[in-house]
Design a protein around this ligand. Sequence first.
Ligand code: CUA
Length: 337
Amino acid sequence: MRRGSVAALVVIGLIAGGIAAAVALLIPWLPPDASRQAGRTDFEFWFVVTICIVIFAIVSAVMIYSVWRFRAAPDDTSDGPPIHGHTGLEIAWTVIPTILVTAIGITSAIVLSRNGAVASNVMRINVTAQQFAWTFNYPEANNLSSSTLMLPKNREVELYMQSKDVIHSFFVPQFRLTQDIVPGITTKLVITPDKDGTYPVICHELCGLGHATMRTTAVVMEPAAFDKWLKSQSKAIGSPNPSVAGLTVFTDNGCAACHTLTAAKAKGTVGPDLDKLKQYAAQAHQPLQSFITTSIVNPNAYIQPGYPRNVMPQTFGKSLTKQQLDALVTYLVNSAK
Ligand code: CUA
């Protein structure tokens, strides 16, 4: 190849690559990022974009140069010379893309696993999606319920997401994270917000007529402000009156669906009748309070005759806070009198 041809190819490549890079960098395609995960996602995004710009520059240079250099004269109707491939070229265009795709695969896997890693002090938030609304529950705060996603800055949170009807998808562009919410399963998403602000929470999956309206906001605040918010919201739930607090835990955790308890106006019949707790505790030869605590935390420890094993969820020991558990036990002890 003549030296002039190489120079022409390089110049065209630099111009094409420069234009592509300018389009990529000068237009603010992405909103500002607001989570620790966003930095990793953006790294992967720009890694792929950079590869694409280089390939675009090379392909543009070869294409534009060929169109210009090998164009046929208007009266030239002859066939082009027959070409039988080029082994070196074919190896190159197989090996280079293989390396690039493998590199993208490896870096993506690292980003995904780092973004999904859960810290030991992670805060759990339960997310319920339904046509066409979001509900956020804070198990650490008596299952406090909110339609806005309130988040403390720099604390890792893990969303446990469930759908009541169809497939929805949780998406906050500034966090660079999205996750489908599929009926029947719980999907999870880890977020560590690192900038104060208010960001849109968008449903990212066509879920029905109101899909476009299925939006709320995520508010990231300083930890002190977050604690203050939790306290103000929890006042009613964490009421010093144990019967108010205990009844709230009883109701919020769906106990009434399976149990009868006159004090709570509950009429469920799947599980044991909680009006008879004293009688059951006597049958189990256990003091009332520890009998109730064990039955909530480890329901298979004693099965009241006539009721099935493994029906009562065995997760309350984990999902209830100590404060909630105490409130519930006190409430049940008092109701049993
Ligand atoms: Cu929910 Cu779209």
